[in-house]
Design a binder for this molecule. Sequence first.
Ligand SMILES: Cc1ncc(COP(=O)(O)O)c(C=O)c1O
Length: 394
Amino acid sequence: MRISSRARAIAPSLTLEVSQRAAQLKSQGVDVISFGAGEPDFDTPEHIKEAARQALARGAGKYTHVAGTVELRAACAAELSRVHGLEISVENVIVSAGAKHSLFNLMQSILDEGDEVVVPSPCWVSYPELVQMAGGKPVILPTRADEGYRVDEQALARVVSQRTRAIVLCSPGNPTGAIYDARTLEGIARVVADRGGPDTLIVTDDIYRSLVYVGEWVSIARVAPSLAERIILVDGVSKTYAMTGWRIGYCAGPRDLIAAMATLQGQSTTNPAAVSQAAALAALTGPREPSEAMRVEFDRRRKAMVSRLRAIPGIALYEPAGAFYAFPDLRAYVQGAIADDLALARAVLERGRVAIVPGSGFLAPGFARLSYATSMANVEEGLSRLARVLAELA
Ligand SMILES: Cc1ncc(COP(=O)(O)O)c(C=O)c1O
């Protein structure tokens, strides 16, 4: 079969090999502890599921407005206005099948061939792929663990130019768990205003903004209100409300951009699933306690994971302040027969029955991502196993 060059250009996930092998071992009855999860291990809160049942009973099996129901877009607009101190209306919002789909529609709507998009790394691997799928050119800006993965203003100034169509920010970050402080955000805004063109956008992926354990989450729209028209907000219900499978994300920006994204969505996927929209409405307008309970439990596991990782000789770890990942530097163990982080992840899985995600998948070779969206018992047992395997490899 001839596969299009466009489809062939999409890189398969580097991280897939380890997770597929872990699944294979599990299906054979092997007791594997997985730190691979990119989603909460909790079930969707009951009041959200109940809203979905009621919507089905009312006949929510029909098409909705392509950009999402007016009720849901109004709830997204209210939430984003509250969080960012902006006046966002229904026409500024489009709901899609997850934040990833929002980002896909966004990149397709803003990028022409060769337009540059700055992506600070380590990064969620989908960003460069989404940019490339839209014909754009990802410009990777490395950041350092010992600098808290902050975007350095001078380094950013060297890569931002009139050719820059956007910079993508993610705070708290996947995979680092780092949160951008106000000073960092001010620096970013300054560079975009001074060195970017009039069309250079700041895309802020705030999917983990409710999962913060240390310090405070800061909105770049509050820090740089003069750039409000050029700030595109990407958000969703997946992580905050344990709703990854429902596939609802949303994006807010200027009306003409949102209208272009709606046209694209109208000719591709049409509206996101109607019943999921009803559930997302309940999530955004309902009680916050279930999400807060999950956050508190993630924090307990985060602390346990951080202290156990730091107790392993040779591991350097930046303390994650948000999301549900730890991203240790394991370069001390990449030596001899262990040629790279993929080989290390393979060895940890085969010898220790622990699945970790190689850092190369996030453009950070020699690191690994460990998700603490798993039980405390798994965190404890999994870290004991990891410590044992690494001691053998040392
Ligand atoms: C940084 C980041 N952004 C966006 C997403 C996409 O979330 P969803 O498409 O489920 O809304 C993820 C999911 O892993 C993520 O880690």
